[in-house]
Design a protein around this ligand. Structure first.
Ligand SMILES: [Zn+2]
Ligand SMILES: [Zn+2]
Length: 382
């Protein structure tokens, strides 16, 4: 089985690995498509410390090929999207209705195994770690049953893959974390797959204006197509806050979203939020980064500053619901795919991502017999 392995910091290779059969409660998935996300890049460049070597990829979709003992929720032949927060259902956070904060899901992300401690990957150099319990930049993956969400069998799997991370993260930040309502003003910093999904979800909720901020002209154009009413070109100004204030009657946005993961943009996000508004940090900064906030403004402006992890989602409900919006033509997933790559072109996908050229790059390991959106839409024509 071929897979994209981060052998060491900055060293990515496609290798032939052994993939052991699924153990109890585990599932073997033939991967049809896997998006390349900033978190993959950050695991590779060392910004996110994860155990290496590891097979990257956490935004995947595919077809179940085999099930280990005791698996009930899926069967061979089912189409699935992978979830990188395999919540346990029994820890404190799962019990209070916050599966996004599941202690066990965090633990496996750090230790690089499957839930329960299983390791199913090995290569010429010995055992290979699992990345976020998914490791789907590969021809196949063994994952926990709770890392897969069954979806309708007629949807293109490359579009569906994006719902495994970027789309659910962005959509959930708007709908679950912020609860954006009709007529609310929204600003979005950073227009990758997540930021563009925030723009689309804000449009679906009837927000206006929707102000999109990025340094790349092509992404600003894309944001307009996805529903942004105004754009701010961050390559042309150091001050991205003033234009947002100007567009919101001098007050600032009701909701501002940061989808970059850098201290300067997080501080700008807070500053462009109106008094008593909400600033939502979705971008993932390196663990050592810190921000500076004016202490007086915390009570005096009474903004809510919060984070949003995986869109505060319940993947088994949100992923199928988001895909139904796609089928109905209300959410554009195909437009998020800038380019498709073969598995042996994976390094190029990382270079393009780092250059800021992609909304999403999607690796399609093997196209045989699996629908992708290149085959034409399964959704309603609008
Ligand atoms: Zn991701
Ligand atoms: Zn839990």
């Amino acid at each position: 089985m071929r897979a994209a392995v981060a052998l060491d910091v900055g060293r990515l290779e496609v290798q032939d690995l052994e993939l052991a059969p699924p153990g109890p409660g585990e599932v073997l998935v033939r991967i049809a498509a896997s998006g390349v996300c900033h978190s993959d890049l950050h695991a590779l460049d060392g910004t996110l410390p994860v155990p290496l070597p590891t097979v990257l990829g956490h935004e995947g979709a595919g077809v179940v090929e085999a099930c280990g003992e005791g698996v009930r929720r899926v069967a061979p032949g089912d189409h699935v999207v992978l979830s990188w927060v395999p919540s346990c259902g029994s820890c404190y956070y799962c019990r209070i209705g916050r599966p996004d904060m599941c202690d066990e899901a965090f633990a496996i992300q750090i230790q690089g195994s499957l839930p329960g401690g299983g390791m199913r990957l090995s290569g010429p150099q010995g055992p290979v770690y699992h990345f976020l319990g998914t490791s789907c930049l590969a021809e196949a993956a063994v994952v926990a049953e709770r890392s897969v969400v069954r979806i309708a069998g007629d949807l293109p799997l490359d579009a569906a893959a994006l719902v495994g991370c970027a789309v659910t993260t962005g959509y959930g930040a708007v709908v679950h974390t912020a609860g954006v309502g009709k007529g609310a003003s929204v600003a979005v910093l950073g227009l990758g797959g997540v930021g563009l999904s925030i723009v689309q979800a804000a449009r679906l909720r009837g927000a206006e204006p929707i102000i999109a901020v990025d340094r790349v002209a092509k992404k600003l154009e894309l944001a307009r197509r996805f529903g942004a009413t105004d754009v701010v070109d961050a390559s042309a100004t150091r001050d991205v806050v003033s234009p947002v204030l100007d567009l919101t009657g001098g007050r600032g946005a009701d909701f501002a979203f940061e989808a970059v993961g850098r201290p300067a943009t997080i501080e700008a996000c807070y500053a462009m939020t109106r008094k008593a508004g909400m600033a939502v940090v979705v971008g993932i900064a390196a663990p050592h980064e810190e921000i500076r906030l004016n202490a007086f403004a915390i009570p005096a402006a009474s903004r809510v500053l919060t984070g949003s992890w995986y869109g505060r989602s319940r993947p088994e409900e949100d992923i199928p619901a988001i895909l139904e919006l796609y089928r109905a033509g209300r959410l554009d997933l195909d437009g998020l795919i800038t380019r498709r790559y073969r598995l042996d072109e994976v390094r190029e996908a990382f270079v393009d991502l780092e250059r800021g050229e992609l909304a999403r790059g999607v690796v399609v390991p093997k196209e045989a017999g699996v629908r992708t959106s290149a085959d034409g839409p399964a959704r309603a024509q609008v």
